[in-house]
Design a binder for this molecule. Structure first.
Ligand SMILES: [Fe+2]
Ligand SMILES: [Fe+2]
Length: 418
């Protein structure tokens, strides 16, 4: 379990450490690889393979920089249908401010050299060059992980001129021949080693992110998590708004308010690993399914911890299902373990979850939710945070502060807030 939010000493970890775009995106690409059907570490390995090809082909520095982020984010679209996935992925890459070349690379990654691909059946050099490189890199990783590196190379050669650009295949053959294609790309390489190699290849290592850029990235990833299921289409954004409002009402310092908002935006990022068949299930979850759901806060922490200056955000976000009386998960923490920032995110999460529709019930009315939350404070939820939330909701919705007790059962409450 390690450190908790209450034992975290901020002085030892100043937040104003500088942060590069590649540090954030490479960590969050790990989250994308947690989605169903994906192979862990795929984005990082594809980035290494694709960038080596890019260097071999003598791409310009602008091209290399766009290629780098296109490779890390190519599977961000989070959709079953190829055409929609590419378009959605491209639009998120655009929102992240990665530039038009990266956007086009992601949009056209499923096109084939002979014109048999998606979405436009584009042919030959009409397919953006970076998309052609990304397609080869993803093929190499998928085949080397599914079978082995030799099979990946053989199939690449076989499909040269049909699926793949022959010029790029030649660059791969030359790298492979010299033994410099696969370094840090095997199944036995740890995520840390592969990621360190990816960070070394960042063409813009010196470029540091400002606060607005960091917020924009957190918002984009909140959007990716929310779009996983239509029941949660605004959940993370909603939790962030409420948590931000509570933190301000409790007069937290500006930098603490910012930390609360970012932790709230990213709190459910570990949920990308939970299958939709579980998230959208209309009936009671089995014990095995619950075990999977209960892992998501730990994964959130694991993903965010990879970003040095996000250490505290990782801890706070990973505690969003803990309760003050030790009945929460994943670590059954108690009140003295949980900081005010962590308590705020937990309260905002419960309110948002209960207000949203779920597969097994409709969203509750705010008066009902407030009544439930009052009954959970101060035993499970922090009373000051709940008071601040009630005041916030009352102010926003101008509802009467007369609340009837609601008849929601405890198990249903737990499910709603998962
Ligand atoms: Fe959660
Ligand atoms: Fe949540």
């Amino acid at each position: 379990m390690g450190q908790t939010s209450a034992s975290f000493r901020q002085e030892e970890h100043p937040f104003n450490e500088s942060l590069s775009l590649s540090e954030v995106i490479s960590a969050l690409s790990f989250a994308i690889d947690l989605t169903e059907g994906a192979v862990r570490g795929h984005a990082l390995r594809s980035c290494l393979l694709g960038m080596r090809i890019g260097y071999e082909m003598g791409l310009s520095s602008e091209q290399k920089s766009s290629l780098y982020y296109a490779l890390l984010l190519k599977d961000i679209g989070n959709e079953e249908m190829i055409g929609i996935r590419c378009d959605r992925g491209a639009s998120i890459v655009g929102k992240l401010g990665m530039g038009q070349m990266a956007v086009e690379a992601v949009r056209s990654i499923e096109e084939h050299w002979d014109g048999t691909g998606y979405p436009k059946r584009a042919r030959g050099e009409r397919i953006p060059l970076l998309a052609r490189v990304c397609a080869v890199a993803q093929h190499l990783d998928v085949f080397s992980m599914g079978r082995n590196a030799d099979v990946a190379i053989e199939t690449l050669e076989q499909w040269s001129g049909t699926w793949f650009d022959p010029q790029i295949v030649r660059a791969v053959m030359s790298l492979n021949h010299r033994g410099s294609l696969w370094t840090h790309c095997s199944a036995t390489d740890s995520n840390d080693i592969t990621r360190a190699a990816v960070l070394d290849l960042d063409p813009q290592q010196q470029q540091r992110l400002d606060d607005r850029q960091i917020d924009r990235i957190c918002e984009a990833f909140a959007d990716i998590v929310d779009s996983k299921s239509h029941f949660t289409y605004r959940h993370s954004m909603g939790v962030a708004e409420l948590a931000h409002g509570i933190a301000k009402r409790l007069r937290l310092r500006t930098d603490r308010v910012q930390l609360v908002r970012r932790a709230a935006l990213l709190h459910d990022i570990g949920k990308l690993s939970v299958a939709n068949t579980i998230l959208d299930k209309k009936t009671r979850l089995t014990e095995a399914e619950w075990k999977i759901v209960e892992k998501h806060p730990g994964l959130t922490r694991q993903i965010l911890e990879q970003i040095g200056p996000f250490r505290e955000i990782a801890i706070v976000a990973g505690e969003h299902h803990e309760k003050l009386d030790g009945t929460g998960y994943p670590n059954r923490l108690m009140a003295p373990d949980l900081s005010i920032e962590s308590r705020i995110v937990a309260v905002a999460d419960v309110y948002s979850a209960l207000s949203e529709d779920r597969p097994y019930r409709a969203g509750l009315h705010s008066s009902e939710i407030v009544s439930i939350m009052r009954s959970l404070a101060p035993r499970k939820l922090d009373a000051d945070c709940v008071d601040a939330l009630v005041a916030l909701v009352a102010e926003e919705q101008e509802i009467e502060q007369k609340f009837e007790p609601a008849g929601i059962v405890v198990e249903e409450l737990a499910r709603a807030c998962a």
